[in-house]
Design a protein around this ligand. Sequence first.
Ligand SMILES: [Zn+2]
Ligand SMILES: [Zn+2]
Length: 272
Amino acid sequence: MEDIQNKAKEEPHLKEQFLNSLFPTIELMENLIKRLELKEESFETFKLASEEEMTVLWDSLLLINDSLTIEDNSKKNGKKYKSFEELYGKETTEEYRPSLKEKKKSNENNNEMGFRPSAQHCKNVGTLIQCGECDKWRVIYSKSKLSSHENDELTRFLDEIQYTCGDTFYDISSSKGINIQSPHSTDDSLKKLFSIVKVNNTLTCNSPIEIPYYSSGLFKESLCFNCGAECEEENNYGEYFPYCEDCSASVENKKRRSKENKFVKSSKRKNV
Ligand SMILES: [Zn+2]
Ligand SMILES: [Zn+2]
């Protein structure tokens, strides 16, 4: 790439011709990408910024900080990451994965529920929600038993949303443009509902299935404690929580049940 950039300085037409020669490949890639979709939404592609657009952007950046130079495009004081050569082949652990670290820090002892995620609080709702990232079913808790009106309202809300582990219902509402935490909110009934109905926001996609899922006795599907996959009935009446075949083999310290739990009727809510 650097060679091409240097050559382009000597050869004025090289840049234009080089871009032209890439055009069929770019078009092919664009067409491929546009045919992909995620969660029923198609991918989009964007055209490369033109030189003119970049100049305009650059000029506006200089208004903010005129010490910037166009040749130096590295992040200032960029000590955050080690070089590839330094780390290649080195054993690493999850401890340093930035995305997990941030989540952990911000969520530790930061449960916004205001009450314990217990089996009783789970029974007050009897509904689960599925994470769109890890597919695990998460328990919805309520401080008090829901009226049928509140239940309907919750059902309507759940039908419209995308949930990911660690979200609160406040996060989800505000991402939908409903600011129920604002004192001027007009959506009073949702605001009231989510003052008692909660998901455990300290969960991450790595968290196991919550114990109230089992101890509430509401949900008959035996989900693997570790990965959340549905598993065979016969593995699931022992002293341990259920584990699927893969996790049975890979998890060393399996979680023991405090007492025998029965699985009875379930009510699940698919997060689509
Ligand atoms: Zn998840
Ligand atoms: Zn599993």
